[in-house]
Design a protein around this ligand. Sequence first.
Ligand code: PEP
Ligand code: MG
Length: 592
Amino acid sequence: MGGPVTLIGIAASPGIAIGRCWTIDRRKVRTPRRKLLPEEIDAELLRFRNAIERSDRQLAEVREKVEKAEGTEHTAIIDMHRLMLKDEMLVVEAQRLIREDGVNAEWAVKRAVRKIKGAFRAVADDYFKERRADVDFVGERVIKNLLGEAVDVAERPPDGAVVVAHDLSPADTALLLHDGKVGGFVTDAGAKTSHTAIVARALEIPAVVGVGRISTLASRGDWIVVDGGRGIVILNPSPGERADYEVARQRFLEQEEELSRLRDLPARTLDGVTVRLAGNIEFAEEVPSLLSHGGEGVGLFRSEFLFLGRRDLPGEEEHYRTYRRVLEALAPRPVTIRTFDLGADKLPAGQRDHADNPALGLRAIRYCLRHPDMFRDQLRALLRAGVHGNLKIMFPMVSGVAELRAAKRMLAEAREELSREGVETKVPPVGIMVELPAAAMLADRLARECDFFSVGTNDLIQYTIAIDRQNKDVAYLYKPLHLSVLRTLRFICQAGREAGIPVSMCGEMAGEPLYTLVLLGLGLDELSMNGPSIPLVKKVVRAASAADGRALLERILTLTAGDEIEREVRSEMARRFPGLLEAEAAVGPVAG
Ligand code: PEP
Ligand code: MG
């Protein structure tokens, strides 16, 4: 055991864990390389087939164990890995390499995996990085089986232990969690969208991923502190650090406890204005966490996540099952499913947008209207699933009425098609994301042709101030309280109100308590955010009055510079809600 070492990683799931390390050796296997003699080839092909079958049996066993313990909540990813074991790119390619290049099966698998990953490499997106990791997990399992090495974590960590590993496959995570009470997770690899991170958030287990070298520094039994809200890990903490974190942990738990008491209380202001606090989700697995934080529905389901990282396109049936699962889990609460926001950095594996300005290119509704067969599959799945809950459909990146009409026409056609097939459907409310300045300027006209608006501030701010939301160099200009943004928001809300349609906000701005009073002043009907952000926003709503929000809004609209506006809002919030901004800091940045 050495002295304290502090490491910074990615804050994957909030909360503080203090416990002993349970290290798992998940380092990469060394893949042997050998040239085969021609007479060895048939035997090698058989050895390869056997390893594939063994891998599939192991995954089937993991799946069965997990399903027995927790139902099918976390089995989808294991199913996906089983499908990869049948993928032509892996199986046919490895067989070809054995047969034609005469390489041993281990090496053939390694090369096939490298080729598949090459298809993902072009895209600098966390989600794709993670799907590359999925291909690695599957390839590694086959190689380990060929080498006769242990494949799955066999031992259970003691309750409260912190699992430390280079990386964890979804199968590892599922096995570790299915009957134990893990205190936290720390991994060298991974991103916010890696499976371990998603599951950790869903089960509310503190986790820090992407730490870099924790697995080489930690030994089993070492003390470790995991601050999942800030992405900090302290290995071998000093007694002082342990005591400090014990206090912070206690405070976090008390705050959670206090906030969870708010769960079933309405988000109503002191002067009687109610706003719906809903959740943004990317996966069905996030629903339990959303409900436990008091989510009153889903304000944004980013349906395109079903596409990412795979080469086969999900068909109508798969869409239908996913939507139905979310709708049933939340019924009778509303679930707003956004049609695919594909394009730019979000494309199915192997496809790449080569345009000079992909953010201004064939994205979202434009992409869907250009690929009508794919869009029709989704619309049919949505309409079929709609009878199982309270569905709302929302189109992203609408720039004008022509696109809205075209999308609505396709929805009507899908409905007629289903009705000809004898399938009953309901007419769902249809809304649009207002996330382009063009749509904002036309809000009064668009409001006549749809049932609701949802303001996507992430893109609206990007396009209004002309700052690429992924570009660190201009991040300092990203100002939700920029006067241009405030004026735009006011115009959208007024247009919605005059047309009598509800206006929601689902960009990150909606989940930031600093802005809650301003948003109340704008008169938004719904705020949709990551589940863990809901309690704090609700706390502000319940202690605020909409009239004060309106007064604050009027006041800041008379100011000009963004910094001046922000200073004014900060000081007003600090005065009205003392401790709020510190409470936010103690809980740490919200995952998502
Ligand atoms: C937005 O643009 O604000 C939004 C919610 O959509 P996304 O972040 O998925 O682009
Ligand atoms: Mg957007």
